[in-house]
Design a protein around this ligand. Structure first.
Ligand code: ADP
Ligand code: MG
Length: 230
């Protein structure tokens, strides 16, 4: 599903170039549930952004679901992001002035879902995350865990085969965090979705098939199956 070969990422800084990712190889199979762990600033989010086509590597090649991201032009990369990847972030990124249903509908509309199908698709997505009774509520009326589940429903709008989650339980208490993890785990097991989740939480990482450990921009463990020593 995901193959990174000698991928590096540099950012320009006042001091010159800053290397956020050193040459890394990562292989992830279809249907794997991966946890990425490592200290703050080690390059976890940068890695996720490269896999999701939000940014391009400075060198090396990235292939996701058979698509070599390096070869895509800007327009093709946008299409890739919209259709192949579901993004979930720590701070949910829901629109506060829109209801739960409207937040999900917006994502469906952006992806040209026919009007006639809109309502039933919104309800079906909210059922998937067990929130159909909250469709007329605003995000502020929901718990953090419920808001994150709305964000996941929105990420599922395009039926992606890959979910990239950046600290999805980072703002949640244990109970809400567990609900969100259980949902991700179910999507992985029942829908065979590939999930790559950045987390600081060891309990959360235990739900994964494999832990990729990253330090100072370098994968130090678990980048390729079988190298996971945990
Ligand atoms: P993590 O998610 O592991 O905390 P990040 O991937 O966000 O780490 O960041 C890795 C390093 O790259 C950090 O030192 C960060 O400051 C730097 N960095 C990330 N994004 C940018 C950017 N757009 N411009 C410059 N530096 C960045
Ligand atoms: Mg981060």
């Amino acid at each position: 599903m995901i193959k990174l070969e000698k991928v590096t990422k540099e950012f320009a800084s006042e001091a010159g170039k800053f290397t956020a990712l050193k040459p890394n190889d990562i292989h992830i199979r279809k249907g794997e549930f991966i946890a990425i762990m490592g200290p703050s600033g080690s390059g976890k989010s940068t890695l996720l952004q490269l896999i999701g086509g939000l940014d391009l590597p400075s060198s090396g090649s990235i292939t996701v679901d058979g698509v070599k991201l390096n070869d895509l032009n800007e327009k093709e990369r946008t299409l890739f992001r919209r259709t192949k990847v579901g993004f979930v972030f720590q701070n949910y990124q829901l629109l506060p002035m829109m209801t739960v249903a409207e937040n999900v509908a917006l994502s469906l509309a952006a992806n040209k879902t026919p009007k006639a199908e809109m309502n039933s698709r919104v309800i079906s997505l909210l059922q998937d995350v067990n929130l159909e009774d909250k469709q007329r509520n605003f995000p502020s009326q929901l718990s953090g865990g419920q808001q994150q589940r709305v964000a996941i429903a929105r990420a599922l709008a395009m039926k992606p085969r890959l979910i990239l989650a950046d600290e999805p339980t980072g703002n949640l208490d244990r109970k809400n965090g567990e609900d969100v993890l259980q949902l991700l785990s179910r999507l992985n097991k029942e829908e065979q979705m590939t999930i790559v989740m950045v987390t600081h939480d060891r309990q959360a990482a235990k739900k994964a098939d494999r832990i990729i450990l990253i330090r100072d921009g370098e994968v130090v463990q678990g980048g390729v199956e079988g190298e996971d020593l945990l």
